[in-house]
Design a protein around this ligand. Structure first.
Ligand SMILES: *[C@@H]1O[C@H](CO)[C@@H](O)[C@H](O)[C@H]1NC(C)=O
Length: 396
């Protein structure tokens, strides 16, 4: 009896202590600096003790990747990789292997840069990675190879570590990451001389929020810029809806206990200063494109998500797709009506998942749901290579 009471009592104190710790943890999350640590995870580099100026460590051929730095208008320096497609590499292999190795002090002197700039048919992917890690982490290197798989003589890739990540300076913020993305896009258009019609934006996870901010920003300029296409892998609707569903490392549902109480979650969300309002940026982008005159090439958006993504559930892609389609229709459409239309019109690939496509006279929005692919490795899959090829209109 006494033993039972003692164990009941310790269970009770245990519960009290863990609830207290959790409340403390949630309390700490309302502090902006700590929030940013959880959202960006930029100090978790995953490439500890590795020099990110030696890309050969991640399986690239000698000088297939040229590391260099870009300057932002607000004084940060961004670490960037220029990745050559394999076919082009083979054509210039001897000259490339004879070049100096490692960080390029002047990228414009490198053969890779000249190959990109001087070929009027070269194509360029601007690559925006997800939270945590660096240019060399996890499934990113294999996914750079997937970018050019469909056109190995033409598709170059430029990837950056955002401010606060890897060897880049500064610390991350919503505004700062947008500045970084604009810096890369401006550099590609002005310094490398690639027009937006030969540029595709690729992004995964956190990067999808950065790229939606970027394309929205470019389309709302006095002289709007539209890229050839945008491929978003494992996107999320916004930070507010992410807090309810995000799982750290795909396993720890951070706010699940709070999410059971919608009003508590709502209240907690008022403390979250980082918003990344992707669904409204995407909707506004589509509305603006629909209103542009016919002189513009039109928009091309593809969202790809795996059903077994345990970090960000694919319901986020459903939300984004709905907001995008709704914005493309003068009178809009309800989520339920769109779901019915999707079931009637989708292409079923069985174990490969399914896909839907919506077209207007101004553009196209696609949603591709894969059965398998998790959160990261999907970036290296053929479905992504194919989506990138399709997003380059000149490859059709
Ligand atoms: C859907 O589109 C309609 C018409 O443009 C708009 O009034 C409505 O706010 C949109 N719904 C959402 C959820 O954005």
């Amino acid at each position: 009896m006494v033993a039972l009471l003692t164990s009941l009592r310790s269970t009770f104190y245990g519960l009290l202590a863990s609830t207290g710790l959790y409340a403390l943890f949630i309390g700490l999350l309302t502090i902006p600096v700590l929030q940013d640590q959880v959202i960006y995870l930029n100090r978790v580099t995953l490439t500890w003790f590795q020099d990110v100026n030696i890309p050969e460590q991640w399986g690239f051929l000698r000088n297939q990747v040229s590391p260099f730095f870009l300057k932002t208008p607000d004084g940060e320096s961004l670490h960037a990789w220029h990745i050559l497609p394999l076919g082009l590499y083979q054509q210039h292999q001897t000259a490339l292997t004879d070049e100096p190795h490692g960080l390029a002090s002047d990228i414009k002197e490198r053969i890779s840069f000249k190959l990109l700039r001087d070929d009027p048919s070269s194509l360029l992917v601007l690559y925006f990675h997800g939270a945590a890690g660096t240019l060399g982490s996890g499934w990113r290197p294999p996914s750079y190879r997937a970018m050019s798989a469909g056109a190995p003589y033409r598709i170059h890739t430029l990837a950056i570590d955002y401010r606060g990540f890897g060897a880049s300076s500064g610390s991350p913020s919503e505004e700062g990451l947008l500045t970084d993305a604009i810096t890369l896009a401006e550099w590609a258009m002005k310094e490398a001389g690639i027009p937006p019609s030969r540029i595709v934006i690729f992004a995964q996870s956190l990067g999808t929020a950065v790229s939606l901010s970027l394309i929205h920003h470019m389309a709302t300029r006095p002289e709007p810029v539209l890229f050839s296409g945008v491929v978003l892998v494992a996107p999320f609707a916004d930070v507010e809806s992410l807090t309810a569903t995000y799982r750290i490392a795909g396993t720890i549902p951070l706010l699940d206990p709070v999410a059971r109480f919608p009003r508590l979650l709502c209240w907690l969300n008022t403390f979250i200063k980082t918003k990344w309002p992707s669904k409204s940026k995407l909707a506004d982008f589509i509305r603006r494109c629909e209103d542009m005159d016919q002189g513009f090439s039109g928009y091309d958006i593809t969202m790809i998500h795996a059903e077994d993504d345990y970090n960000i559930p694919w319901s986020h892609s459903e939300q984004l797709f709905w907001h995008a389609v709704n914005a493309s229709m003068p009178r809009g459409i309800t989520f339920e009506d769109l779901e019915e239309e999707k079931i009637a019109s989708r292409v079923n690939n069985n174990a490969g998942g399914w896909a839907v496509e919506r077209r207007t006279s101004r553009g196209v929005i696609r949603e591709e749901i894969m059965k398998y692919g998790l959160h990261d490795r999907i970036m290296s899959y053929p479905v992504v290579s194919l989506a990138v090829m399709r997003a380059f209109h000149t490859l059709r």
